[in-house]
Design a binder for this molecule. Structure first.
Ligand SMILES: Nc1ncnc2c1ncn2[C@@H]1O[C@H](COP(=O)(O)OP(=O)(O)OP(=O)(O)O)[C@@H](O)[C@H]1O
Length: 349
């Protein structure tokens, strides 16, 4: 297997909150001991409830903030120091797409001007060539040239997110980190944007990290999926295999709440309670207070993320091998429209 484009080793990020005059502070462990990698031409999905550390992981991987511990390499080299000229250069190769396209765009500038901005700054080609690149990308995301002259408020939500995507591609990045890129869009157009992202990833051979709380969307675009719980990866595996045979009780609950057409599920697994406070984490396995299968060991000993074979890793004392989870072999990622029913994983949150 070729070397991954992006590799993070044992990264952690914590934030100090409420430092008191006598020196005590509570510390939020947003990300703890995360190791992951993504290769060219591959999409890694990151799922988990709100507060599980997905966005923080995305920011660390892009070098937008430094990890408290651990190391990240991009294309075989350590991520440059934030703000350095090398960092600015590497940022051209790594782009991020956020949930809210309106906030990501400059309301005062026509689309062409803001898409061209990175090319203008770096004087990349003649003006005519830069405009041609803008047109080419607008077409690539299914928009007409007329959009180039418009302002963000003149576009629909779906058109704006397409523009954001086109703008992210202007610098010919190798890596795209998408953080809830369709959550703010109408359900009716989510599928179009997800399909577009998927197509562009394959066509351009991009490495993509797709962050979402919505398992159905993640499954549709991802080759591999990492499931996060309270700042840690609790399970990772090939997307179809993970959905067919989730091994961690948390993954099983998420999958049961987001059935995919074509699978027979054995019923919804309801999670008890809320995720614990990341500033006051439970002893042992962080999931044990909500796990119906927890035994004494789970309360005292933190499980390691162990390889189970076949690319599967699971962090659970009770997971010997991925159990056959009621599901038929799942159909490969399909282009069926996303189910308009809101992601059931939200009910789990
Ligand atoms: N700058 C910060 N300062 C303090 N705490 C933070 C900061 N950024 C994130 N956190 C905390 O870290 C934890 C993980 O947050 P993060 O946004 O990464 O989770 P998430 O899974 O992306 O959640 P969501 O889906 O709601 O965005 C949360 O408890 C959050 O409150």
């Amino acid at each position: 297997m070729s070397a991954p484009l992006l590799h993070a080793r044992n990264i952690a990020r914590s934030y100090e909150l409420n430092r008191h005059i006598w020196g005590n502070a509570s510390v939020v462990h947003a990300v703890s001991d995360v190791t992951l990698s993504v290769g060219r031409n591959e999409t890694l999905g990151i799922v988990g409830e709100s507060g599980s550390g997905k966005s923080t992981t995305g920011r660390l991987l892009l070098g937008l903030e430094p990890p408290t511990r651990g190391a990240i390499s991009f294309d075989g080299r350590p991520l440059p120091v934030i703000g350095s000229p090398e960092w600015r250069k590497s940022r051209m190769r790594m782009q991020m797409i956020y949930q809210d396209p309106l906030a990501a765009l400059d309301r005062r500038l026509p689309i062409a001007k803001q898409m061209r901005e990175p090319l203008d700054i770096h004087q990349a080609g003649s003006l005519r060539e830069r405009d041609a690149r803008v047109s080419e990308l607008l077409r690539a995301v299914g928009l007409s040239d007329a959009v180039a002259r418009r302002y963000p408020h003149e576009l629909s939500g779906g058109q704006r997110q397409r523009v954001v995507l086109a703008r992210a591609l202007v610098t010919r990045p190798d890596l795209l980190v998408c953080d809830e890129p369709v959550s703010a869009l109408d359900v009716s157009i989510q599928a179009q944007v997800v399909n577009l992202l998927s197509d562009l990833q394959a066509e351009l051979g991009l490495a993509m990290i797709f962050i979402s709380h919505d398992l159905r969307v993640v499954r549709q675009v991802s080759h591999r999926i990492a499931v996060m719980y309270l700042g840690r990866i609790v399970e990772e595996g090939e997307a179809d295999d993970l959905f067919a045979r989730p091994a961690h009780p948390y993954t099983r609950a998420l999958v049961s709440a987001a059935p995919v057409p074509g699978t027979k599920l054995g019923g919804r697994i309801m999670l008890r309670g809320e995720p614990p406070n990341p500033a006051n984490q439970p002893s042992g396995c962080a999931f044990h207070p909500r796990c119906s299968a927890a035994v004494a060991r789970c309360k005292s000993e933190m499980p390691v993320l162990a390889e189970l074979g076949g690319g599967r890793k699971v962090s659970c004392h009770l997971a010997g091998s991925p159990s056959e989870n009621q599901a038929d072999p799942s159909p490969a990622r399909t282009r069926a429209p996303l189910n308009p029913v809101r992601a059931a994983s939200e009910d789990v949150a």
